[in-house]
Ligand binder design. Structure first.
Ligand SMILES: [Fe+2]
Length: 360
């Protein structure tokens, strides 16, 4: 229904509303009196009034790209805050890991503080999965990837029902999953292009090096130690370093494996351009019944797909389109509507695919 209209209506938390936005639905007071009508252009004083009356969410009218209207909606306050907090967290981690490379001691207390004070707010931010995709990454892949995996572990952990200390430990395991890379020579770690088989073998040692670092760290939680050691093990025994399989792989490591694949594939790397989250979902569906834990994979896919509706994407034929519907669970390819109002079910039309997310 929304695709026939000129606009789409999206809920905004009041903290993200700025002057100049147009109301897509009327706002009622708590005793059901009309406070502001649909179509009102909000002013600063109206926003202050909404806050005064404790209105937590309003519906805002956004231009629909399907009508060929300007896509350049400015970043919301929430997005700006997320990006600033994210950059700050990456810088804090960079400092900790730089020390680690020389002193080979994991600053556990500092990293626990980082999880509680900096990463936890990112996990709980509205729209976190979309923000993660649009975040501007600087050069240092390892630090960005570590923060991203920690955040995705936290989000996925919450979907799986984790809470409290166990969730904090899982996030810490995600943050530290590649800590062993601080012990890998920089010329291998940062080598552009493919690694030789010998270099690849050294690279694979980051799992064992991470395990050794954490074993020597007083009070390191068990789940963190095994999450780090086993995050490249695969459910069918095809991973490394010990080729263990099934539930011999710690559940933290099985969660990290999914977060790691999702983030690595949706990132720009020295050896590949980032792939759209839609294509990554297809990969996870493919691997879910042999290499990944199917129960965890199912929870991930069921929840992550909700974030994709409303994304503006680029199709393989160059057209822009809006994702309007995601079908059955296994149907990883959505229905989109293009700028010229063509509805395409990508599950049926396999000659087209999503190559990029323009706005999440
Ligand atoms: Fe790794």
């Amino acid at each position: 229904m929304r695709v026939n209209s000129k606009y789409r209506i999206k809920p905004y938390p009041i903290s993200a509303v700025v002057a100049g936005m147009e109301l897509g639905r009327l706002v009622l007071t708590h005793d059901d009196k009309v406070m502001l009508s649909e179509g009102t252009i909000l002013s600063e004083s109206m926003i202050a009034g909404l806050k005064f009356w404790d209105i937590s969410t309003v519906f805002i009218k956004e231009c629909s790209p399907a009508m060929g209207i300007d896509l350049s909606i400015p970043e919301t306050v929430l997005q700006k805050k997320f990006y600033a907090d994210y950059d700050h967290t990456v810088n804090l981690l960079k400092n900790s890991f730089a020390k680690l490379r020389f002193f080979t001691e994991v600053p556990l207390a500092t990293l626990c503080e980082l999880v509680n004070n900096s990463i936890d707010p990112l996990i709980n931010a509205t729209g976190v999965i979309n923000h993660m995709h649009m975040v501007r990454r600087q050069d240092d892949y390892t630090f960005h990837h570590s923060v991203n995996v920690a955040v995705i572990c936290g989000v996925l952990g919450k979907w799986l029902g984790y809470a409290g200390q166990e969730l904090q430990d899982l996030v810490l395991a995600g943050l530290l999953h590649d800590v062993g890379k601080t012990q890998i020579p920089l010329e291998i770690l940062n080598k552009p292009g493919k690694l030789t088989p010998e270099e690849m073998e050294i690279m694979h040692l980051h799992t064992i090096r991470g395990y050794q670092l954490l074993r020597n760290t007083p009070n390191a939680p068990q789940g963190v130690i095994y999450g780090v050691l086993q995050h490249h093990e695969r459910f069918d025994g095809s991973g490394y370093p010990l080729t263990v399989s099934g539930d011999k792989i710690h559940k933290f490591a099985r969660i990290i494996a999914i977060a790691d694949i999702y983030d690595a594939m949706t990132s720009d790397r020295v050896y590949h351009r980032k792939i759209s989250p839609f294509a990554v979902v297809e990969v996870i569906v493919d691997e879910m019944f042999n290499k990944l834990d199917p129960a965890i994979g199912t929870v991930f896919l069921n929840n992550v797909r909700d974030y994709f509706v409303g994304n503006i994407v680029e199709l393989s034929d160059g057209r822009q389109a809006e994702v309007i519907y995601l079908g059955q669970f296994m149907a990883s390819r959505p229905v989109v509507v293009t700028e010229d109002q063509e509805y395409i079910d990508l599950e049926r039309n396999k000659s087209l695919s999503i190559v990029n997310v323009i706005r999440a």
